[in-house]
Design a protein around this ligand. Structure first.
Ligand code: SAH
Length: 341
């Protein structure tokens, strides 16, 4: 079976399509990036070539949109059906200035089992391949216009699928294609020290966000099983290493759960723990997930958290509650992993 073209770089497309002239690979890459859906659209290829390639690749993309949900706040969630029948979700967020951010999935399900996250309750089926990652962005672009920002914050743990995430970043940032700047791409991880060091050593140097959640080991271990084997001090060492290599400010994401990690002492622990690092904190009020034993933080707890962190000199951003109406907000992505029989 021919390879899926959306996961290939120009020279690989040239190889796959049997072009003897490399610039044809660039032409096809450009068309794909521009939203072409078949070789017939590619008007700068000779007619007989278009015919030959259509037989080779009757459908240019390997994934299909089979569900589209729009929240009142403008957030859109798509369900994509993958070639093996599995499904993932991908989200488009639009902020008040109209800036669009694609929130992309990297795995079908997730093995990390964070207690507060819907995807974590599903279990893990498999890693996505690069074409399945790139096509999420292509579908969003074709349907809603080109998102200027991309965050690997959908379903799955990107650092457990680093080869395919790397390849997709290379494709999405390629100057002959979508040309997304690395500064506009964020990888969000639950905090795997080995993956963070690998990213520091070998790139790509996109923005890094880490789901800290709590800077108290017992609390974090209770919410995020990953912390039981690799605790907060290993995580901080890896982040210091990353920062020494890249100089970048790191975003710490803290989902705030009422009565669990939204208290004064929780914020003080974050201030203490992050002292050796250059960070900003992104506070995310917990989005309800049916059947999970948590509650949202009070408005007052969120205000107090912001004030405490800011008065310690830490820049704070607050995640807007976007996409809840379509279960498309952080931690609510939970498409069943397999197609119904
Ligand atoms: N695996 C990666 C990316 C996916 S999770 C990671 O862990 O970072 C993306 C973000 O959503 C994480 O910061 C996570 O803490 C947050 N999150 C998960 N469940 C949530 C929920 N129910 N409400 C709010 N944020 C949630």
């Amino acid at each position: 079976m021919p390879r899926r073209l959306a996961g290939l770089l120009p020279h690989e497309i040239a190889e796959d399509c049997g072009f003897d002239r490399p610039f044809r690979g660039i032409q096809v890459f450009k068309w794909l990036s521009g939203g072409a859906l078949s070789f017939q659209d590619m008007t700068n290829l000779p007619g007989p070539e278009r015919e030959r390639l259509t037989l080779l690749h009757p459908s240019l993309l390997g994934t299909a949109v089979d569900g589209r949900f729009r929240d009142e706040d403008g957030t859109v969630k798509l369900r994509l059906r993958l070639p093996d029948g599995a499904a993932v979700e991908t989200v488009l967020l639009t902020d008040i200035e109209g800036r669009k951010t694609a929130c992309i999935s990297t795995q079908v399900g997730c093995p990390m089992a964070c207690a507060f996250c819907k995807t974590g309750t599903l279990g893990f089926l498999r890693n996505l391949e690069a074409f399945e990652i790139v096509e999420q962005y292509l579908h969003l672009t074709r349907m809603f216009g080109r998102p200027s920002n991309l965050v690997f914050m959908g379903m799955g743990e990107p650092l457990l699928n680093l080869p395919e995430v790397r390849r997709s970043v290379e494709i999405l940032s390629h100057p002959e294609g979508m040309g997304l700047s690395l500064r506009k791409i964020t990888i969000s991880t639950c905090g795997l020290p080995e993956g963070i060091r690998d990213l520091a050593d070998s790139g790509p140097h996109v923005r890094l966000a880490v789901s800290l959640t709590s800077a108290v080991d017992e609390v974090r271990s209770g919410l995020m099983p990953v912390n039981r084997s690799q605790g907060l001090s290993e995580l901080r060492d890896a982040l210091a290493y990353y920062q020494a290599k890249t100089g970048d400010r790191i975003t710490l994401e803290a989902v705030l759960i009422g009565g669990v990690n939204d208290r004064r002492q929780d914020m003080e622990a974050i201030v203490e723990w992050s002292r050796p690092l250059k960070v900003q904190v992104n506070l995310i009020p917990w989005n309800p997930v049916p059947d999970l034993p948590y509650r949202e933080p009070s408005r007052r707890a969120v205000e107090e958290a912001v004030t405490l962190l800011e008065s310690a000199g830490i820049p704070v951003t607050r995640r807007m509650r976007r996409g809840r109406g379509v279960l498309g907000a952080c931690g609510q992505l939970g498409e069943t992993l397999r197609a119904p029989d």
